[in-house]
Structure formats: structure tokens, C-alpha cells
Design a protein around this ligand. Structure first.
Ligand code: MG
Length: 203
């Protein structure tokens, strides 16, 4: 499986990092070795002094898709959960300045914590899902899928023009504003509405 991640999918987050609001989805990949499951501890890697949390809604692809048409896109994902797109912001900033790819900042081991995924039928309106992240019991990020620049369906349609989607692939659909640094000892808790799905510690 592969992890596809969307950058700058919430206008307020694009603005906070002084990036333009994109005309097309900005995408990057993480390998399967980036997954961190079961609320295991996250260990800050030695190569970064500024790892940021980015809370994101994650969708799971349920069948192979190539050139998916917009009207069928909703049938290509079957489950929803919560993930964090950990980012070595110091490395990303250096690479952006040089016009280099982001992989070292985004694709490192355990950079993609993932919650339990639930059937999408659990949610009354997929385009109105509230989600939030707390660091040490303080609210740091809050988002709603209605504020995405590119919907789940638009992402599937766009990505599948270039990259075949396979059953089991995950799409991290972008983070709202409020991203920030983590430090050893921090406690992160992520919610969809009032349900806590992520609950782990930084080591
Ligand atoms: Mg992200």
C-alpha cells in the first residue's frame, strides 16, 4: 500500500506557512514504513530540531482506480479515520528554498500515525466532519472537512489521473491551521467530533 498526502488543502493553513492557495491539489507520498499504529509512542528523529504535528482526516481506498470520474469518486473510499502528517519543518523549509522535493521532511519512519478507521457510513455528512488536536490538554488545531479546498472526491479524481489507486491505500487529506512543534514529553490527542481516536506520547 501507499500513502498519498495532500498539502495546502485548507486556505488558512496555506496562509500560515506563507504559501499560495493552490489551483490543483499539492500531493506527496509517504511509504508504508511511515505508518505508526495503535497509539504507539512517537520518537522525535535525531535529524530534526523542529518536527511539527499536522492533524488530518484520512480516507481509505477500497478498490483499484485509474482516471476515476467525479461522479463515481465517492465509491472509491470506504473508511475514515484520523492521522498526523508529522513534518520535519526545518528540513522542509531548507528544501523548499532550494526547490528540492519534500520527502526527507515528510516520508521518514513513523511520520504517519494512523487511528482506527471506521466505515464512512458512520458519519452523517462526510463534508461536515469536525476534527481537532490537543497538545498537553490544550486545543491546538481544529478543522472541518467543509473547509477543504479539494474534497475527498476531487482528490481521488485528480490523483488517479496520475497514480493508480489501489485497495488499502490511504489518503491524508490535508491539515487545517494551527500546526506547531512537538517536544519530548508532549501528549497528543486527536478527535473526530467528540470521539477520541488518537492518544499517544512523544518520546
Ligand atoms: Mg499535511
Amino acid at each position: 500500500m501507499k500513502i498519498i498526502a495532500i498539502g495546502r488543502n485548507y486556505a488558512a493553513h496555506a496562509k500560515e506557512l506563507e504559501n499560495p492557495v493552490p489551483e490543483n491539489p499539492v500531493i506527496f507520498l509517504k511509504p508504508d514504513t511511515a505508518l505508526l499504529k495503535d497509539n504507539r509512542d512517537f520518537y522525535i528523529p535525531a535529524f530534526s530540531n523542529d518536527v511539527h504535528y499536522e492533524i488530518e482526516i484520512v480516507i481509505r481506498i477500497c478498490k483499484e482506480g485509474k482516471h476515476v470520474q467525479p461522479k463515481f469518486a465517492s465509491t472509491y473510499y470506504d473508511a475514515i479515520g484520523l492521522g498526523i502528517d508529522f513534518t520535519a519543518r526545518d528540513i522542509q523549509t531548507q528544501h523548499k528554498q532550494k526547490g528540492l522535493p519534500w520527502e526527507l521532511a515528510k516520508a521518514f519512519d513513523q511520520s504517519a500515525p494512523i487511528s482506527t478507521l471506521y466505515p464512512k457510513e458512520k458519519y452523517a455528512d462526510l463534508h461536515d466532519i469536525n476534527f481537532s488536536l490537543y497538545k498537553n490538554q490544550a486545543l491546538v488545531q481544529e478543522g472541518n472537512t467543509k473547509d477543504m479546498l479539494f474534497s475527498f472526491e476531487a482528490i481521488i479524481t485528480f490523483v488517479s489521473k496520475y497514480i493508480t489507486l489501489r485497495k488499502g491505500d490511504l489518503i491524508y487529506t490535508g491539515t487545517p491551521s494551527g500546526v506547531g512543534s512537538i517536544a519530548i514529553g508532549d501528549h497528543l490527542e486527536g478527535y473526530i467530533a467528540d470521539t477520541k481516536l488518537l492518544d499517544f506520547h512523544i518520546k
